[in-house]
Write a protein that binds this ligand. Structure first.
Ligand SMILES: Nc1nc2c(ncn2[C@@H]2O[C@H](COP(=O)(O)OP(=O)(O)O)[C@@H](O)[C@H]2O)c(=O)[nH]1
Ligand SMILES: [Mg+2]
Length: 452
């Protein structure tokens, strides 16, 4: 068990009013007492004010607040001390150095949460949610992470696990009484229970593509002919003048990627070089880059302007649409210049003006619906899976459930068929983190910040 005392700054370095330092592990109260005067381990979870000194030199470092959390009622499950010092570049570093001199080891990334998992304070899904909550850049990411942290996904998986165990129990009954004609358990009962479990696994698995996209941000590539108004739209969606806009066709020669929050969802917006046959070497490379981005896109915004509009067979657009696999939202740009009266556009098309802002809100809603339609339909209550690790485990569970049904149809004996159910339960256990091998933990915590 990892119980040696560790210390880390839990807040980011830089100018701030306060900084928070965490200490966890065996003997941290005695250790903190070497640096803090007065020191009070009791009453537990009660803040006290103390002088923080370097234990060797005795030099005063700061006037701090501290609080003791005796295990197991702490974040890590171990004895834990939180110390608030003044913020800034120097004080927190000097305070951590004093605690290291007092006997603590600087923590590795994610080590506090790792201990929390190992001590049963949270499961692996909750640990991942902790990281997601910290990394959240869009409101929907925050809500989803909080839901997972509060065991939304864990609870669902445990219920599912229970259902598969019930099914296993039915089969066990059959194993015990094999000689009876149709078996003591009605085949419909088994089939019904199997169907329910399979539906649930498949339902969760179906959330994986958008769930993973929710963590990464949907890659939304803005494409179209030169001068179609792509860079202007890119800037309007970002709300800042990020890309250069001019009336000269071929201004954008490189792809520009920027994170954006659209209708509460995370996107990675990409402005690209306009698609045309160019002899310019740099522009040609830019167009090649555009095509590569288009190949990876989750969603494409295809911009068309004025004269091109209405031309039902624009060869650039047709060639383009034929090569893109991602969903395409066709946008008519510069509607403020549109002199024609009456609606001329197809309903599938959104008309916008980067100058007046007309149509932007509608476009944003469309983008969110195209990239995250399933999540929007699910609402915030239904859990979703957000990592390749989750998807792999659910795929395994699904394959085992199907293996079970196939074995039954083939008349394989009940005991052999039941091994598939056992394997499905194991896949769910791995997902929740019931017994988690070190290498899995290493991978999960690799992306954590120090102090968490
Ligand atoms: N009136 C008007 N002009 C626009 C609008 N969007 C872009 N433009 C102009 O169209 C030209 C090309 O725009 P730009 O965004 O650079 O197009 P890109 O080549 O597709 O990136 C520039 O002169 C812009 O000022 C718009 O919504 N309304
Ligand atoms: Mg441009």
């Amino acid at each position: 068990m990892l119980t040696d005392p560790i210390v880390a700054l839990a807040t980011p370095p830089g100018r701030s009013a306060v900084a928070l330092i965490r200490l966890s592990g065996r003997g941290v109260f005695a250790l903190a007492a070497r640096c803090l005067a007065p020191f009070r381990a009791e009453p537990a979870r009660t803040v006290f004010r103390a002088r923080l000194r370097h234990p060797a030199s005795g030099e005063a470092i700061d006037d701090a607040l501290a609080c003791c959390f005796p295990g197991p009622h702490s974040y890590t499950g171990e004895d834990l001390v939180e110390i608030s010092t003044h913020g800034g570049l120097v004080v927190p570093g000097a305070a951590v150095a004093a605690l290291v001199a007092g006997g603590a080891r600087p923590a590795e990334a994610g080590e506090f949460t790792r201990r929390a998992v190992l001590n049963g304070k949270m499961d692996l899904l909750q640990a991942e949610a902790t990281a997601d909550l910290i990394d959240a850049g869009a409101p929907v990411q925050r809500r989803r992470a909080l839901q997972q942290l509060e065991r939304g996904l864990s609870g669902r998986l445990e219920a599912l696990r229970g259902e598969i165990l019930d099914l296993e129990a039915l089969i066990a009954y059959e194993i015990d009484f094999p000689e009876e004609d149709a078996g003591p358990v009605a085949p419909d009962l088994v089939r019904g229970a199997w169907c329910v479990a399979r539906e649930r696994v498949a339902g969760l698995l179906a959330t994986a593509p958008e769930g993973e996209r929710l963590r990464e941000g949907a890659l939304c590539v803005i494409a179209g002919r030169p001068n179609a108004g792509k860079s202007s739209l890119f800037n309007a969606l970002l709300g800042t003048e990020r890309a250069i806009v001019t009336e000269i066709p071929g201004t954008t020669r490189d792809a520009i990627e920027a994170p954006a929050v659209i209708a509460g969802f995370p996107f990675r917006l990409v402005d690209t070089a306009g698609l045309r046959d160019s002899q310019d070497r740099v522009e040609k490379i830019g167009i090649e880059v555009s095509r590569r981005y288009l190949g990876a896109a989750d969603l494409v915004v295809f911009c068309e302007e004025g004269v091109v509009r209405g031309a039902s067979s624009d060869p650039v657009r047709e060639e383009f649409l034929a090569h893109v696999r991602a969903p395409v939202v066709v946008v008519h740009t510069k509607v403020d210049l549109d002199q024609s009266d009456g609606p001329t556009v197809r309903p599938a098309v959104v008309s916008v003006s980067a100058v007046t802002g007309a149509g932007l809100e509608e476009l944003k809603r469309r983008l969110a619906a195209e990239a995250f339609g399933r999540l929007l339909a699910l609402g915030d209550v239904e859990p979703v899976v957000t990592r390749a690790r989750h998807r792999a485990a659910l795929e395994r569970a699904l394959a085992e459930l199907d293996g079970f049904q196939a074995a039954r149809s083939a008349g394989v004996d009940a005991a052999a068929a039941a091994t598939h159910l056992r394997a499905a339960v194991t896949a769910l256990d791995d997902l929740i983190g019931v017994v988690t091998p070190d290498e899995v933990l290493d991978r999960v915590f690799a992306s954590f910040c120090v102090g968490k």
